[in-house]
Write a protein that binds this ligand. Structure first.
Ligand code: CTP
Length: 399
């Protein structure tokens, strides 16, 4: 069987920490698995280990500056474009802070800002630096933007202190890289439809019923699926966030239009992910002209919109159907009930009344649930992490 690292291009960035010596072992493990490893070293990184060590192990020249190689005038672009995966090990507090804030003034920072694929950070620093609220905030920001963090371990630190901050061992970092390398292309050849955002149900030409969905969850799922090689159609209600790259967007307004777009796309779709917050009710009658105040408070008679997932269950065939359950209480039980009633293959149970979870938040308190029974716990994670977890499950089912 071919090793999943075989021929994969890994960019290893070594920054200034004593754990730089462990990066040598990481490079060796990657090379042994067949990866093509290139190394960037910062000035501080070179205080700990010499470029010659990495050059000898990887067989590739080590990049140290934006300006050192006249044959490559844009090394940050070529290095980031070539890499299937970038791993920063050790990642100092400084590198993490600079990357989280988009600083771009040297080879590593510009390369990270231009990264096409996922960046994996293996932090290494003193406990107080690691626990400092600014570092905690920077790591959260990196996670939200799609980076992977390999948590440091606890123990004696080089500075003599004890606590968390010791870079994860190279074998642990390899496990994280194994998961990420799989995510580079595991959805190649799969056609995935994602719905996102709210729908609007008009009362008259200037008023509508809707909800606070921003589309971020569905857009993130679409963007991550496309990155993993899927052919993605994104059916989106009205939102004001930018469309993700590499995705076909089908804009819709109402639940009826969303249903029509979903049904039209069912043929040939391997998976449907219903992340949209579809309005459940619409006015029975839509006024053709603006309703004037002088007529008094209007009586609004509502009717249910059609449930798209219910309609899909009649025609889904082999298509894998994933739904979201937006809940405030009995989250897991209600999600499981929706999974069964709406004939879904997977459901994302999502607690929407928690601080930092649900509409407009960058994080979600959620769990991905299949038909299996057993204990499930909700965890707080970034919408990117949730999208990746969901797509891991989906990729396992699609094979
Ligand atoms: N959904 C749908 N069509 C609708 C309403 C919802 O396909 N008219 C989908 C959503 O996109 C989501 C799932 O059904 O994937 C669950 O939606 P949710 O709003 O959590 O639940 P509802 O079915 O609307 O039930 P309730 O409001 O009672 O919780």
């Amino acid at each position: 069987m071919v090793d999943q690292f075989d021929g994969r291009r890994i960019l290893l960035a070594v920054t200034g920490g004593i754990a730089a010596y462990k990066a040598v072992e990481l490079a060796r493990l990657l090379i042994r698995r067949g990866a093509d490893v290139k190394v960037i070293m910062t000035d501080a990184g070179r205080q700990f280990v010499t470029p010659l060590t990495f050059r000898t192990i990887t067989g590739n020249p080590v990049a140290t500056s934006l300006w050192s190689d006249p044959s490559s005038p844009l090394p940050h672009i070529s290095l980031s474009e070539e890499a299937d995966l970038i791993v920063v090990a050790p990642a100092t507090a400084n590198t993490i802070a600079r990357s989280a804030r988009g600083v771009a003034d040297d080879l590593l920072s510009t390369t990270l800002l231009a990264a096409r694929g996922t960046v994996v950070f293996a932090p290494a620093m003193n406990t107080r630096m690691y626990r400092h609220p600014v570092t905690v905030d920077n790591l959260a920001r990196l996670r939200e933007t799609g980076a992977m963090i390999v948590e440091p371990g606890e123990g004696d630190l080089a500075c003599g202190d004890e606590g968390v901050g010791r870079m994860a061992e190279p074998v642990e970092i390899m496990k994280a890289l194994e998961r990420e390398i799989k995510r580079v292309s595991d959805l190649e050849g799969k056609a995935i439809t994602v719905t996102a955002g709210p729908t609007r149900e008009f009362i008259d030409p200037v008023r509508f019923l809707s909800n606070p969905s921003t589309g971020l969850m569905g857009f993130t799922v679409a963007e991550r699926a496309a990155r993993r090689g899927a052919d993605v159609a994104l059916i989106s209600g009205p939102v004001s966030i930018p469309y993700p790259a590499g995705v076909e967007v089908i804009p819709v307004v109402s639940a009826a239009q969303m249903k029509q777009a979903v049904m039209e796309g069912m043929d040939g779709t391997d998976a449907l992910i219903m992340a949209a917050a579809v309005a459940d009710y619409r006015p029975k009658v839509v006024a053709g002209r603006k309703i004037k105040k002088k007529g008094g408070v209007p009586e609004l008679e509502l009717e249910p919109t059609e449930d798209i997932l219910m309609a899909v269950s009649d025609v889904k065939g082999d298509c894998i159907v994933v739904g979201f359950a937006a809940e405030t209480d009995n989250v897991i039980e209600n999600a499981r009930e929706k999974l069964a009633v709406k004939d879904m293959d997977l459901v994302v149970a999502n607690k929407v009344d928690e601080a930092d979870s649900g509409f407009a938040a960058r994080t979600n308190m959620a769990a991905v649930i299949g038909p299996e029974t057993g204990d499930v716990v909700l965890s707080m994670m970034s919408k990117v992490e949730l999208a990746d977890l969901l797509l891991d499950r989906l990729s396992g089912i699609l094979g």
